[in-house]
Ligand binder design. Sequence first.
Ligand code: FAD
Ligand code: SIN
Length: 543
Amino acid sequence: MEIVTEVLVIGSGIGGLYTAAQISKYAEVTLVTKKEKSESSTNYAQGGIASVLDSRDSFDNHINDTLIAGAGLCHKDIVEMIVKEGPAHIKELINLGARFTLSDSSNLDLVREGGHSFPRIVHAKDLTGKEVERTLIEYISAQKNVAVLENHLAIDLLTEHNLTNLKDSPSENLHCWGAYVLDINGERVIKIKAKATVIATGGMGQVYLHTTNPGIATGDGVAMAYRAGARLSNLEFIQFHPTSLYNSGAHSIREQAFLISEAVRGFGGILRNQTGERFMTKYDSRLELAPRDIVARAIDSELKISGEDFVYLDITHKSSSEIKDHFPNIYERCLKEGIDATTAFIPVVPAAHYICGGIIVDSFSRTSINGLYATGEVSMTGVHGANRLASNSLLEALVFASRAAQGISEQIKENSTVLPDIPDWDETNVISPDEKIMISHGERELKQLMSDYVGIVRSNLRLSRAARRIKTLNLEVEEIYKKTKVFAALLELRNLVTSAYLIVKCATLRKESRGLHYSLDYPELNKAGKIKDTIIQNKYQKS
Ligand code: FAD
Ligand code: SIN
């Protein structure tokens, strides 16, 4: 089956939905998403969206805070751009119907999070992402020129590689004309051809055992873009959120750790080890509100010293009614686990949360492949550098989604894109899946090794061990992939393995410790020479 559309958007988090919303003003969009449309990291975002909306705050403050967190690797011009363009998009979300928390009858309630020098986080209690998803899904559903296909999983991009033998394909001046997509319920692969394709598939937290990311975060977009030959960058910078709720029970394979928002520390939460000591005093003068990399490493160090499984977050000194009012979702969830956060400490551990690197894009979200755009967490815009400042992700997604829509509008106006004939998905010689146990076993093994060897603290030895095991897993998964009728868990494992390979590859290339990447072999910043992004690209060699 073939669908031809003007713009294909892959993903229904803030990146995909806001891009589709903007494009729907001038073109027809087909949006595919691999589960139900609200399932995304966006839907679980708690803290909020950082933006300068108070006259006592300033763009310069927000820019500086972002640059400090980014540890020398942010692209300053891009940081300036998102900070300055941000407020207009908050207003647009409100115009579209978003109901953010107010401090009085007309002013937004702006709160503070780690690394921010001023309270500037717009939020909807502690359920900001849900409100953003609700608003955008309602808007998109009302647009006649947007078709949303749920349970449709993009497998690979349509490029020159589909026209010629891989080995004879060019590696430069590539074009993207859409994607092969698995219709999960129909158990068939369809071909969606488009003049422009937007990857908005989110992050890859599921490559680790403990992650705040939902099960959809399997690195599909980065893996697809890598296979197609796009330029990628900075995948070594995995952000571990300092405070996810500790869970001592059995873990399912796609478990999502419950986040205890950074806003709880912004509200006055204190981190204590199991002896009750406020340990951040030993690590940073900004205490609990130091940037995330510092707080997560401090917790990791406390756990290694004590041999304990978790530390505590203490908000028992705050008023009970304020806790319930500010954090109703967190309060209820803790209560379900038998913890009354108004009277008891909350047990917390760091968990993989966000990938700062991704597919390299320019200021209009254009990747290195013609006709291919990327928005949201999957992209590497230059904003986050070596460590993302809290609540800058949703902001970045809004600004770059809107800019993608501008870039695509220019491309469509030029009217120079010709869609070639692309072969249908080849299902000859594939047998039906019978060994699904190999898929879940492979995924568990991958998560365990990434958590053990490529976590908060890395070393040459750990990285080389991880690389060896990932290579073997890759061979096994490719073997199954080549002879099996495709299904979601297999495609996702394939993408997880590729994502793990890319994280390790970038981590191995960085011979220093910077921001979120800490190596025992290179514990210092490399102060000599130019500070560089790590850049990788899959180049097909002509043979
Ligand atoms: P997502 O929202 O993850 O959406 C990705 C979409 O792509 C999903 O619909 C998914 O199903 C779909 N998809 C994936 N692969 C495929 C495929 N192969 N085919 C089809 N569809 C596919 N950031 C902030 O700025 N502020 C916060 O307060 C905040 N809190 C957070 C709390 C949690 C628990 C988490 C996990 C993250 C938080 N973040 C926060 C980070 C932020 O939420 C994410 O970076 C952001 O929402 C990512 O948006 P996105 O659109 O890029 O991806
Ligand atoms: C949080 O609420 O702590 C998450 C904020 C973020 O990831 O930016």
